[in-house]
Every structure is written in structure tokens, then in C-alpha cells.
Design a protein around this ligand. Structure first.
Ligand code: HEM
Length: 222
């Protein structure tokens, strides 16, 4: 197990954890967007979708624990890499000409990542909490569209829009550095892989942003 600790503490080990956990989280948000799109099908469809999920609660709980572990390992390796980067950049021996660009990129990642983290905490303590613990016999759809913690509240809706855009920025940089970690940058499939990554950093955040814009601001106005 010594080799594992050595690997996890190495720069490449931290980047590997970062990239792998990031890719797994992308799979989660992809399926989450598909589920959330049910909102466009109206109240009955969305409520029956959530009720169907509730029927598989033990499985959902196991998945939630797995997502939490992946999310935590992503955050911990992100903090460790940011600190490593800071140390490297403040070292008087560091004369690497690429360091300014990489420190800018990692600073952006730390800021956008922190906003996404704050978003997830807000999201879980409002929507998830109500769905799981407060819901009772009310409508799930109404929680999402209501003005307490849903898109009916312009402050929440605006925060969703801003956070989703920053999540896209975070994923764009994230994919670029994951490509370097996994050696894709030199692969002959680079072009194809880069195009496919746009699904995650552009299409999916745009989908979430559209939900917040539509239910928060547009549907009411037309
Ligand atoms: C338009 C935007 C979004 C909407 C309408 C939405 C809706 C929901 C709903 C309804 C739940 C509760 C599911 C349940 O308890 O049965 C939930 C849970 C959750 N959401 Fe979101 N979500 C959105 C965006 C996001 C994003 C962008 C992330 C991640 C960055 C995220 C992360 C989570 C997590 C981790 C959970 C708990 C796990 C789960 O129950 O699936 N959500 N969301």
C-alpha cells in the first residue's frame, strides 16, 4: 500500500485523482440534467419521475454516498494541487516561464470551483433537503418552481444562472488539464475527444442555465 500513498502524494497522483473524479462527476451531472429536463413535461410528469426515483431509495442512497466520496476527493485533491501551485510559484527558484499562465488557470479553477461548491451546498440544503425531509404530500414540481427556494425566487434563479455559467468555465479548464494528465493532448483522437468534451462543458451547463432562465424569468413573462 506504500506505493499507493506515494502515488497519491505525487503531483501526477493528485492530478489523476482530480481528473478521474471530475470525469465521474460529469457523468452524474449528465444524468441529473436528463432528469431535470422532465420539468418541461409539466407537473404530472416531473412528480411521477421523482416518485419513481423514490421507489428505489436504497439504491439512490448508495449512489449519493458514492457521489459524495467522489466530490470530496475532487475537492481535496483540488485544494492540495492549488497549494502546491502556490508554493511552486512563490519559490524563488522557480524560473519556469509557463508558471504565470498556469497559476492564472489554477486560480480561475479555485474560484469557479469554490462557487460551484457553494452552489452545491445551497442546492442540497434547499431543494434536496425539502425533497427528502419536508416534502410530505405536496408537489415536487411546486418546490422547484416555488418562490421559497425555487426558481420563483429571482435571487435563487439568478444564482443558478451565474453558478451554471461558472460551472461551464470550470469544466472547460478542467477538461483541458485532464487531457494533459491522461496524455490525450498528443493523441490522434485529440480533435474528436475535444469535441465530445464540449457536451460536458458547454451543452450540459447551457441546459441547466436554460432551465433556470426559463422557469425563473422567461415562462412568467410570456
Ligand atoms: C437547473 C438546475 C438543477 C435543478 C432543477 C436540480 C434539481 C435537483 C433535485 C430536484 C434534486 C433532488 C432529487 C431527489 O432528492 O430526489 C437534486 C439533487 C441533487 N443535485 Fe441538483 N439540480 C440542478 C442542478 C445541479 C447541479 C449543476 C449540480 C452539481 C453541480 C447538482 C447536484 C445535485 C446533487 C449532488 C444532488 C443530490 C443527489 C441526488 O439526489 O441526485 N444539481 N437536484
Amino acid at each position: 500500500m506504500n506505493w499507493l500513498t506515494t502515488f497519491m502524494n505525487s503531483s501526477i497522483g493528485k492530478k489523476f485523482t482530480m481528473g478521474t473524479s471530475g470525469l465521474l462527476l460529469c457523468l452524474f451531472i449528465a444524468q441529473h440534467l436528463v432528469g431535470n429536463m422532465m420539468l418541461f413535461g409539466g407537473e404530472a410528469l416531473f412528480n411521477s419521475y421523482v416518485a419513481t426515483l423514490s421507489a428505489f431509495k436504497p439504491l439512490v442512497r448508495i449512489i449519493e454516498v458514492i457521489i459524495s466520496i467522489i466530490f470530496l476527493s475532487h475537492i481535496i485533491s483540488g485544494i492540495r494541487l492549488t497549494l502546491d501551485n502556490k508554493r511552486a510559484n512563490s519559490s524563488s527558484y522557480n524560473v519556469n516561464t509557463g508558471s504565470e499562465t498556469s497559476s492564472f488557470s489554477s486560480r480561475t479553477m479555485a474560484i469557479t470551483g469554490s462557487v460551484v461548491f457553494i452552489f452545491v451546498i445551497m442546492h442540497l440544503s434547499t431543494i434536496w433537503y425539502r425533497f427528502q425531509l419536508v416534502h410530505g404530500s405536496g408537489s415536487y414540481y411546486d418546490i422547484i418552481l416555488g418562490d421559497a427556494v425555487g426558481f420563483g425566487n429571482p435571487i435563487y434563479a439568478a444564482f443558478y444562472v451565474v453558478a451554471m455559467i461558472l460551472m461551464g468555465v470550470h469544466l472547460k479548464h478542467g477538461f483541458q488539464s485532464a487531457f494533459q494528465t491522461f496524455g490525450v493532448s498528443d493523441s490522434r483522437y485529440k480533435g474528436l475527444i475535444e469535441k465530445m468534451s464540449m457536451i460536458f462543458w458547454l451543452v450540459i451547463p447551457a441546459g441547466f442555465t436554460w432551465i433556470a432562465l426559463w422557469f425563473g424569468f422567461i415562462a412568467e413573462a410570456i
